[in-house]
Write a protein that binds this ligand. Structure first.
Ligand code: SF4
Length: 497
């Protein structure tokens, strides 16, 4: 029976007895996480911390985040590698290729080398099912979390069934078939070691186990051939590469790289193309061989890789086409999205676009007001960033932030601004939903704001742009931190999925 990523994930989690499931919404993982019965968290770090607690007490746990969320949870994730955990813990990172609903195209596989943790890179929903079971197995063996990178292409794919397809690197691995029942609790004897000792233990014990698991999950089609050109592939591009009919080595793990198989493959081909997405992760590790081609060499475009891109790379290799010199994509060629016509906060953004100071905005709906016809915000350094950024501006700053972004991490910027007595005006848009990711309910921080800022200014929409402009100009003219809580109802939350 055909199976999609949502069913594949849910079946694997049920099979592994995963009790704690946490997520932060965002393209491309919202529907995947919701289908798995995950509970929303205010931010990714909190989601991981919740799951670390579950793991320590013997409950297997899952965190689902988008690629940008990996940056937010990276501190406890990196520490957990040497600290050790209890029951298996998996972080599923959805990489938005394109990107379609993100500020940044990012390759989460890079968190493997950064944290030292294993990263699995499934190609289709059947692989995802195997990868989840494999990840819990390796996580419990090394007593540290495992990462699964699921690209947006995988999340839109369908497999004929749960069994790995012919040539899947999971077809050779036994680990996912032999996951034990139940997880273990955290063993506090790890504190007998110093921080250096915990690092030594991790490198000496966990790394050989990870390398064994990675080396057991590779496949080559046809086996042990040799010649002028072969392909090393990981993730969804493996399927495109296999369809070309050229020799392909497919890897289930991006970290650690299955070095014995990869070095052996490199020794048998004059040139090796690396098919992966969205960045040159494997290619950059294999560059020193002097044999690989891919993005860094100008044969493949950045972002997702289609079969046509691989065919074009072969033409470049045979000098039928020139190397790729891509032009930066322009917003005017792609984006039509802007603030909804029916948005109750439109007059606020119009007012902000008329005020001649730098405006720090935030991810969410506000970021869409960054170019004509509504150029309200100037700076957006990610979700929850606006208050901190505005507090550093040379003249009195202006921040505009949604209520989910405030709960996510913006509240820390406000605490810092008040503590350091910064001059700024904070405009909090309160619609009580995460409007860009499907309208999930967000926490009501009104009482927290009132505690922090007793002279909180309430603004209930509708108000005209002129009224709002006059109010904000008045607050900009006086010293200190002013906070406006602008309340309205989003008539139609969006979803990028
Ligand atoms: S999704 Fe809702 S809050 Fe966001 S711009 Fe549209 S109407 Fe406004």
């Amino acid at each position: 029976m055909p199976i999609g990523p949502e069913d594949a994930l849910k079946l694997a989690l049920d099979m592994a007895g995963v009790v704690e499931r946490a997520y932060v919404p965002g393209y491309p993982v919202t529907s995947l996480a919701m289908a798995a019965g995950s509970k929303m968290a205010v931010n990714e770090k909190t989601a991981l911390e919740r799951c670390l607690g579950a793991s320590a007490s013997g409950r297997r746990a899952l965190v689902v985040v988008k690629q940008l969320g990996m940056n937010v949870l990276s501190d406890p994730l990196a520490i957990s590698a040497t600290h050790t955990i209890g029951a298996g813990l998996v972080v599923l990172a959805g990489d938005d290729l394109g990107p379609r609903g993100s500020q940044l195209e990012m390759d989460s596989r890079n968190y493997g080398p950064v944290t030292g943790l294993p990263v699995l890179d499934p190609a289709d929903p059947a692989d995802l099912y195997c990868a989840v079971l494999e990840a819990y197995s390796i996580s419990e063996e090394i007593m540290a979390p495992a990462i699964i990178r699921a690209s947006s292409r995988l999340l839109g794919a369908v497999s004929p069934g749960l069994q790995p397809r012919e040539g899947s690197p999971f077809s050779t691995s036994e680990a996912w078939r032999s996951l034990s029942a139940g997880g273990r609790r955290f063993d506090r004897s790890i504190w007998d070691l110093t921080a250096r000792g915990r690092h030594q233990r991790f490198r000496q014990r966990a790394h050989p186990a990870m390398q064994r698991a990675s080396s057991a999950a590779v496949s080559e089609m046809p086996e042990r051939s040799s010649g002028s050109l072969g392909i090393i592939a990981s993730g969804p591009p493996s399927i495109e590469a296999a369809a070309l009919g050229l020799p392909v080595l497919m890897t289930a793990y991006a970290n650690p790289i299955p070095w014995p198989a990869v070095l052996d493959f490199l020794s048998r081909y004059q040139t090796v193309m690396v098919a992966e997405e969205p960045g040159p992760f494997l290619e950059s590790h294999l560059l020193a061989s002097g044999k690989v081609i891919g993005r860094l060499s100008g044969h493949l475009p950045y972002g997702w890789v289609e079969k046509e891109d691989l065919k074009a790379a072969l033409k470049i290799l045979s000098n039928e086409k020139p190397l790729i010199e891509s032009q930066p994509q322009r917003a005017s060629d792609r984006y039509k999205k802007t603030i909804c016509d029916s948005c109750p906060f439109r007059p606020l953004l119009e007012a902000l676009s008329r005020i001649e100071v730098l405006v720090a905005g935030d991810a969410g709906c506000v970021i869409q007001a960054n170019r004509p016809p509504l150029p309200a915000v100037d700076l957006v350094y990610g979700l929850g960033s606006s208050i901190g950024v505005a507090s550093g501006l040379k003249t009195k700053g202006l921040a505009v932030i949604g209520d989910f972004a405030l709960a996510h991490s913006g509240i820390c910027g406000l605490i810092d601004a008040l503590w350091q007595k910064r001059d700024l005006v904070v405009v909090v848009i309160q619609n009580r939903v995460a409007a860009m990711t499907g309208g999930q309910e967000t926490p009501d921080l009104t009482s927290v704001l009132l505690t922090l800022v007793p002279d909180l200014i309430y603004v209930d929409m509708p108000r005209s742009a002129e009224q709002l402009e006059s109010l904000i100009r008045g607050e900009l003219a006086r010293p200190g931190t002013s906070v406006l809580l602008v309340r309205g109802t989003c008539p139609a939350p969006r979803t990028a999925e």
